[in-house]
Design a protein around this ligand. Structure first.
Ligand code: ZN
Length: 143
């Protein structure tokens, strides 16, 4: 067995790739590109690798609003600190308003990615990671 097959995928990396939080290998979303806006939130019903149910109950993803809000705040703080340390702000010019406009634009452009990440993070709150072998053993019982 190769080293890459035995090593567990990292949590952050698998979240950024929108992988199933249970096995960290199966894709959660049908389209790989989040900017195909018609299919941004189209998800598989079950994980194609381990069979984990991606919608445990009706309305499960209503809670993603909290995660999305947190991500937007984190991005806003990060962009503020970046602009503060790179360009600096002054009350004598419009630099604060340029940052505000740029930040709003950034959040709008990143919205499809933020929505997907929110779903992955929200599902991972309620799903425990299991290694490939255990996850596959469980999937046999489901099918
Ligand atoms: Zn899975």
């Amino acid at each position: 067995m190769k080293q890459s097959e035995t090593k567990a995928p990292g949590m952050i990396w698998s979240m950024l790739q929108c992988k199933c939080p249970h096995c960290r290998r199966g894709d959660m979303f049908k389209a790989a590109n989040p900017y195909k806006l018609k299919s941004t939130l189209e998800m598989h019903k079950h994980c194609p690798v381990c069979g984990t149910d991606f919608e445990p109950e009706v309305g499960f993803y209503f809670g993603t609003g909290y995660v999305s809000y947190g991500l937007c705040i984190a991005l806003t703080v990060a962009s503020f600190l970046f602009c503060l340390t790179t360009f600096g702000f002054s009350i004598k010019d419009n630099s604060l308003f340029y940052w505000l406009g740029g930040n709003v634009l950034m959040l709008i452009v990143l919205q499809p990615v933020i929505m997907r990440l929110s779903r992955v993070i929200w599902l991972s709150f309620f799903t425990k990671y299991e290694s490939k072998e255990i996850a596959w053993k469980h999937s046999k019982h489901r099918n």
